[in-house]
Design a protein around this ligand. Structure first.
Ligand code: NDP
Length: 267
């Protein structure tokens, strides 16, 4: 029996136990997968206690991805570049930190939605932890360029500079977005959590693929994209399932069938 969990605060709403239980059934592995509410100011004691109980690994969600980054004794390249950890594997006495958010997004865009990223002009709204996690995997798909637009422009400019060694990037404020040439818009702001959308001009959505990292039947950004003639419009549920699958594979070596789980969750 492998012992897994997800740490967060809050954590009640998490779909991860449901997703990983379905993966385990598919791959005929015996696992337990709990939700653990860690205190906001003491992630490491909770994580260490779980390891002491014989944990094989765990996921980490808001607000602990940076704490997990510091807690890990080793980091994968993904985790190092993202500066955040969403998956930990315990291997003998090593605590290995990985970040599967980026690969989760890429797999949802390319495999589930059939979107080609090569040579595309990609606009990311937001410059927080999620953007930091998806930038390298997106640049590895060789888009024409990635533009990062953020409410606080300095953060977008800094991220663009930090990632320029991996591909063509530029950063600016939300009011500086050019309307004419965006193929894919990724909403990586947390505005949808408050029922809002970032303050951007409507013309940008015209014919562009619009993807919201947040998930839900119809997020405010998806409503905005529908009204303003976006093309393929999606929430981030597929990304959630795909990042979970990458974590499951990282722990167990088994590859789950994500399409089946995604369609179960949508139902
Ligand atoms: P952070 O708190 O690190 O960053 C939030 C970002 O949103 C900042 O760039 C912030 O701008 C911007 N922002 C917040 N409110 C507004 C607003 N009203 N208008 C414009 N910009 C705004 O959050 P994360 O990067 O960790 O998460 C972002 C989103 O991605 C969340 O909704 C999260 O749920 C989702 N997510 C989904 C995943 C999935 O598997 N589907 C995985 C990971 C994240 P500023 O810098 O100016 O404050």
């Amino acid at each position: 029996m492998c012992k897994f969990a997800v740490f967060g605060n809050p954590i009640k709403h998490s779909l991860s136990p449901n997703i990983h239980t379905q993966f385990a059934q598919q791959t005929r592995l015996e696992i337990s997968y709990d939700k653990i509410l860690a205190p906001v100011d003491d992630f490491s004691s909770s994580a260490q206690a779980f390891i002491n109980q014989g944990a094989n690994g765990f996921n980490i969600t808001v607000p602990f991805k940076l704490d997990a980054f510091k807690f890990a004794s080793e980091l994968t390249l993904n985790a190092q570049t993202a500066g955040a950890v969403n998956t930990i594997k315990i291997k003998q006495d090593k605590i290995i930190g990985e970040n599967t958010d980026g690969i989760g997004l890429i797999n949802d865009l390319t495999r589930n939605l059939g979107i080609e990223l090569k040579d595309k002009i990609v606009l990311i709204l937001g410059a927080g932890g999620a953007t930091q996690g998806i930038l390298l995997p997106l640049l590895e798909q060789r888009p024409n360029r990635i533009m990062i637009a953020n409410r606080t422009p300095s953060k977008a400019i800094k991220l663009a500079k930090d990632f320029a060694k991996f591909g063509k990037t530029c950063g600016f404020g939300l009011d500086k977005i050019k309307h004419d040439s965006v193929d894919i818009i990724i909403n990586a702001t947390s505005a949808s959590l408050d029922g809002k959308i970032p303050d951007i001009a409507s013309g940008i959505a015209n014919n562009a693929i619009c993807y919201d990292l947040m998930y839900g039947k119809q997020t405010p950004f998806m409503d905005w994209a529908t009204t303003n003639h976006g093309s393929i419009i999606s929430d981030g549920l597929g990304m959630l399932v795909e990042q979970a699958a990458a974590a499951f594979e990282f722990w167990t070596g088994a590859t789950p069938n994500t399409k089946q789980v995604l369609s179960n969750l949508r139902r």
